[in-house]
Design a binder for this molecule. Structure first.
Ligand code: NAD
Ligand code: UDP
Length: 344
């Protein structure tokens, strides 16, 4: 079947669950770029649960940390390599989960030239590796490819509304080029690709001061500081708990459909609603304060996940009200507000 991009994909979505169960049986050597980061480290945890998997992480530790992987360091099926994906890398692997890229606006705007290099040269290098060793490669693209969307909710067919020269462009245009590269390698060289368009994801191990809204609000609530709702406050996002995200990524990798496929939780909240929910669940004493916003902030965002449901048999299980309290102990620990030692 053609998927609208002039690409022929294998037909039956019904075979995905079968392939997925095959994943559980075969030995795979899996590379995770950006595996020391927030989503990457949770993905590594899940991949390591399968005793047939060997996992190699490459990360330059720009926004990630060894701490996120401490339980696996020294494990015979695990390897952690300090490496920057803008440099070539060679290893015999069957799968490449290519996550390496700072995801929070504060970090990706910090060195925009490096961000676009990571997206473009980093993805080229990983595609080169996939081509050389015959690996299947999954790119974690983003809902930011839809920009400030003029369609709501966003389906994968929507081409987006992106400012090519704005302060966010290094990230969203970078990911758009990365998607283009993936498809060109697929069409030109027959590389097996998968593209996930990830919507806002949250959970334990998010960087505490990286400016993302959920980590900001949880940290502020625990410190007893006002929750900073950026104006107008009516802008919306859809928040996916990290365990659901990881499940979706593995299903996409091991299924037959190349994507792009939206992976996110369609529950949509304004930032005012999010602040009120955090206040209620984490610390009813805190106040909510309105502050200035940053340029090009999308006004609304909500995934249409029909494709993920039908092609991957995936949908999120954890609601926002269930997920937010699951971050509390990890944040307390890292903020030095708790005596209890728990594993995040
Ligand atoms: P993160 O910043 O926690 O993790 C990114 C990891 O990549 C870090 O460990 C960082 O050190 C590493 N990295 C960055 N540049 C690198 C380079 N040049 N070479 C090697 N390693 C490098 O972010 P995250 O939230 O875990 O996001 C992971 C992926 O998912 C990213 O590709 C991001 O664009 C995508 N994504 C995330 C979200 C979200 O809400 N978290 C939303 C959409 C897309
Ligand atoms: N935001 C907010 N308060 C904060 C941080 C962010 O109200 O302390 C808002 C921000 O204006 C945006 C939304 O939260 O509308 C999501 O921002 P984030 O940086 O988490 O993700 P992204 O913009 O990449 O979706």
């Amino acid at each position: 079947t053609a998927n609208g991009n002039g690409v022929t994909t294998k037909p039956p979505p019904s075979s995905s669950p079968l392939r997925y169960s095959k994943y559980c049986q075969s030995n795979l050597r899996i590379l995770v770029t950006g595996g020391a980061g927030f989503i990457g480290s949770h993905l590594v945890d899940k991949l390591m649960e399968n005793e047939k998997n060997e996992v190699i992480v490459v990360d330059n530790f720009f926004t990630g940390s060894k701490d996120n992987l401490r339980r696996w360091i020294g494990h015979p099926r695990f390897e952690l390599i300090r490496h920057d994906v803008t440099e070539t890398f060679l290893a015999e692997v069957d799968r490449i989960y290519h996550l390496a890229c700072p995801a929070s606006p504060i970090f990706y705007k910090h060195n925009p030239v490096k961000t676009i290099k990571t997206n473009v040269i980093g993805t080229l290098n990983m595609l080169g590796l996939a081509k050389r060793v015959g690996a299947r490669i999954l790119l974690t693209s983003t809902s930011e490819v839809y920009g400030d969307p003029l369609e709501h909710p966003q389906t994968e067919e929507y081409w987006g509304n992106v400012n090519p020269i704005g302060v966010r462009s290094c990230y969203d245009e970078g990911k758009r080029v990365a998607e283009t590269l993936m498809f060109d390698y697929h069409r030109q060289h027959g590389i097996e690709i998968r593209i996930a368009r990830i919507f806002n994801t949250y959970g334990p191990r998010m960087n505490i001061d990286d400016g993302r809204v959920v980590s900001n609000f949880i940290a502020q609530a625990l410190r007893g500081e006002p929750l900073t709702v950026q104006l107008p406050g009516t802008q919306t996002r859809s928040f996916c708990y990290v365990s659901d995200m990881v499940d979706g990524l593995i299903r996409l990798m091991e299924g037959d459909n190349i994507g792009p496929i939206n992976i996110g939780n369609p529950g949509e909240f304004t930032m005012i609603e999010l602040a009120e929910t955090v206040k209620e669940l984490i610390n009813p004493e805190v106040t909510v304060k309105r502050v200035e916003n940053t340029p090009d902030d999308p006004r609304q965002r909500k995934p249409d996940i029909t494709k993920a449901k039908t092609l991957l048999g995936w949908e999120p299980k954890v609601s926002l009200r269930q997920g937010l309290p699951l971050m509390e102990e990890d944040f307390r620990q890292r903020l030095g507000l708790s005596e209890n030692k728990v594993e995040a």
